[in-house]
Design a protein around this ligand. Structure first.
Ligand SMILES: [Zn+2]
Length: 183
């Protein structure tokens, strides 16, 4: 089936990321505009901000939601992120934490090697390029004269959401504490 190009554009708009806030305004997750429109239809959310674009069907035209807030508070651990490879590399901005390069597939390095008592924690795991990881081997950084670019910390979900904010997501910024609310 051939879809007219104007409809394809609408499909893309419906996939646009929407920031979902809990009833107490804490950021919870990101969903698609399509999902947000459904939730609005079911009266489960309040729409706090819209994108400039609109979506239309033959019978109606809708604003494209950008930030929504659910009406009933959901118990949710909103400050923890799973400790895994993807989230460590994302926390480290896709950069090797020793040389700062972003070349090649990044590996995960134990700062204090496991054999020397290092643990699997946010504070002991960093993204490292293959050459740096090989150079470091089973040593502590100071033993091979390598320096970390920053002290690794446990990230929170806010950090994760902030990475989604581009030009079109300007309305997300106050809710993610990236700028004050305009009054
Ligand atoms: Zn490196």
């Amino acid at each position: 089936m051939k879809i007219p190009s104007s409809n394809l554009n609408e499909v893309r708009l419906l996939d646009r990321a929407v920031l979902v806030l809990n009833a107490n305004y804490s950021p919870m997750m990101i969903c698609t505009a399509k999902r947000a429109i459904c939730l609005d239809y079911l009266d489960k959310i309040d729409i706090l901000a819209n994108y400039n674009e609109k979506v239309s069907s033959p019978s109606l035209t809708l604003d494209l939601p950008s930030v929504i807030k659910i009406k009933n508070y959901v118990r949710y651990d909103n400050l923890s992120l799973d400790l895994n490879r993807k989230n460590i590399i994302s926390r480290d901005d896709y950069l090797c934490q020793y040389c700062g390069c972003n070349k090649g597939p990044l590996t995960i390095d134990h700062i204090i090697p496991k054999g020397k008592g290092g643990t699997d924690t946010w504070e002991n795991l960093v993204a490292a390029c293959k050459p740096c990881n090989q150079k470091k081997g089973n040593q502590k950084p100071e033993e091979v004269g390598m320096l970390l670019r920053k002290k690794p910390k446990r990230p929170n979900r806010l950090h994760y959401f902030q990475k989604f904010v581009k030009e079109k997501q300007k309305d997300w910024r106050p809710y993610l504490f990236m700028e004050p609310f305009k009054t």
